[in-house]
Design a binder for this molecule. Structure first.
Ligand SMILES: *[C@@H]1O[C@H](CO)[C@@H](O)[C@H](O)[C@H]1NC(C)=O
Length: 290
């Protein structure tokens, strides 16, 4: 069973790395795709690449090990980076929704509102929010007294599991720490709901081809949002505390979401497909203009 899982996850991980790296590369080198929407898409792929790289390689090598151990520092690093990158990804999804909201609901002002400067400012913001979120949790968790049992019943270290190992009554602290992630997740989720409601209302009023194109872009976005926020909400906001469900959700948001993002965007997006075609032609005959 462990060897089978090793093969499955190493394959998934290679697809994640290859798929997301391809999207970032295409968007950076293809000047047809130099617009805020594609820059943000490249950022999402970039973030997904890191999100899965924090935990998946360790999980994969553990499948082949008898003793599945992790150092204290390693465990803290996993928590820090999962929350840094994961928190950043939540805010990035809101930024992407805002970009679509401006493009669809205020098309005439799009280029002034989403200027390159504004776009870069938004990108910097999501990194800062992710960093502050992760650091605020790290400051607390690193000071906890750890002396008792050292077993974590999951594939990687996360706050709800690690807090239970501290030699103190950690129930209130656990609620507070989950609240930290919960508030971030719920705020982003509500902002997303608001912008997609506006978008859908606008799209419904204009039933033409442009609207149907906008709708298909938004369905892709909404699918990703549901896939990413669903597990996070069940882990932090509304914990089910059923061990196998928690483990499944943890694997889901760290492996399946980064895998599905490139699939959902690049398979459905015509511009991305065209870019891939140009890229392939260029590879066969470099004289062709890319
Ligand atoms: C992220 O977005 C910014 C701002 O649009 C852009 O300059 C940058 O190249 C993007 N990052 C990646 C990895 O594509």
């Amino acid at each position: 069973m462990q060897h089978f899982l090793f093969l499955v996850f190493i394959l998934l991980y290679l697809i994640i790395v290859f798929g997301n790296a391809l999207i970032v590369t295409l968007i950076i080198i293809d000047h047809h795709l130099h617009s805020p929407m594609y820059f943000l898409l490249a950022n999402l792929s970039f973030v997904d690449l890191w999100l899965s790289s924090v935990t998946t390689p360790k999980m994969i090598t553990d499948f082949l090990r008898e003793n599945k151990t992790i150092s204290f520092g390693g465990c803290m690093c996993q928590i820090l980076f999962v929350h840094f990158v994961g928190g950043g990804e939540m805010v990035l999804l809101v930024v992407m929704a805002y970009d679509r909201y401006v493009a669809i609901c205020k098309p005439l002002h799009y280029s002034t509102i989403m200027s390159l400067k504004r776009c870069i400012a938004l990108v910097v913001t999501y990194w800062i929010i992710g960093f502050v979120h992760a650091l605020s949790q790290m400051v607390v968790i690193i000071q906890l007294p750890f002396c008792g049992p050292r077993e974590i019943d999951s594939f990687f270290c996360d706050i709800p599991l690690v807090i239970q190992l501290a030699c103190m009554d950690s129930s209130t602290l656990g609620i507070l720490m989950n609240g930290d992630s919960g508030v971030l997740a719920m705020t982003c989720f509500i902002l997303l709901l608001i912008s997609y409601t506006y978008i859908l209302l606008t799209v419904c009023q204009h039933s033409n081809t442009a609207a149907s194109k906008a709708l298909s872009t938004c369905t892709a976005h909404i699918t990703v949002v549901v896939l990413f926020f669903g597990p996070c909400i069940f882990i932090y906001v509304w914990p089910l505390s059923i061990p196998w469900v928690d483990k499944f959700l943890a694997v889901f948001y760290s492996v399946i979401t980064p895998l599905l993002n490139p699939a959902i965007y690049s398979l459905r997006n015509k511009e991305m497909k065209n870019s891939l075609k140009r890229f392939r032609n260029y590879y066969v005959d470099p004289k062709v203009r890319f």
